[in-house]
Design a protein around this ligand. Sequence first.
Ligand code: SF4
Ligand SMILES: [Zn+2]
Length: 369
Amino acid sequence: MPRLSHSAVAKYLDCGQAYKLQYIERYREKTTTSALLFGSAIDAAFNALLIDLQKGVLKDALTYKEAFDKAWTYGEINRKKVYLPDTAIMGYAATDFDHDILHEDDVKFLGAKAQELVPTDFTELGLEGVIKKCAEYKKQKAHGRAFKDSENRFLNLANWCSLRRKGHLMVEQYFIDILPKIKRVVDVQVKIETDNEQGDSAIGFIDAILEWEDGTIFPIDHKTSARDYEADSVRTSQQLAFYGEMTGYEKAAFIVFYKGVVKNRTKICSVCKYDGSGARHKTCSSEVSGKRCGGEWVEVLKPSIRTQVIIDKVTQMSRDNIMNTFDQVNTAVRAQIFPHNYNSCVKPYGRCAFFNICHEGKYDDVEKT
Ligand code: SF4
Ligand SMILES: [Zn+2]
């Protein structure tokens, strides 16, 4: 009897053959993406936070940053525990690296690593230079420059440090934006399972069920994203339709954390204290008795994360649709119908993991798990 998760159903609908290769033949791509593992590490931190909140023993942000660090240091790739900071099997997105948010510790660490891994490019650059170099590398990588193994390791470390800081900022932002709105944690990591008449099951894990500030209770899913969520994304989400149907609540919500860090740059003149934040002038542009001040700016960064809570009704129609879809996919899987959907082979963010299997008959970039 098939036992389908929401993501398995989504995979089947995207391409029946991809479903078969992943869930039945158990092929997985040898490499993975930072988005996936970063999302799991953030989930680990937020889970720990909500469990403590439910028990009435909430600690400070540092505790949950440590929970994040733990999951972001050793992650699971294809069922194997992997040390993440410099692994070559995790691919980063161009937007992962942000030199502005690195701490002095990171810069020192990267500086030392740079001497070890990329000596020719980094001699006498100093810490500031190392940061600039990272930004430059990032651009070159986006333009297809080929890298040596050691250079790749260095670049991965820089990306890893940057995402680590983003993770910490997200935990801090949870305390600022989200916690004040939570009246009560009803449940955390809720397993849901249902069987149809044929004995097939639909299964899932809900991040949490929360009572919101206005007294409404609903299931939520935490998301980290580089792209903006649409205002109607809850209404159109099959995942939340499933959660809504299974829990019986009228509403559901996405709590979204955007990966693009907001810098909140302030520029104050060191001479006249004029606030030139947002201005592009190299030195102070304030006029004092007809003369331009010209004082040096003191720049301070207070990075923060943009969050969005999208709460909406889960319509009866979308509940019915998702349960029907589960049944249809279960039936198709039982009948072993796995159509290729060649429209899905190339996506905006890259090729399907099984591209080389379907198009070249080659299995070298996948492994069985
Ligand atoms: S390469 Fe195309 S046809 Fe093959 S599994 Fe992926 S999406 Fe389906
Ligand atoms: Zn000034």
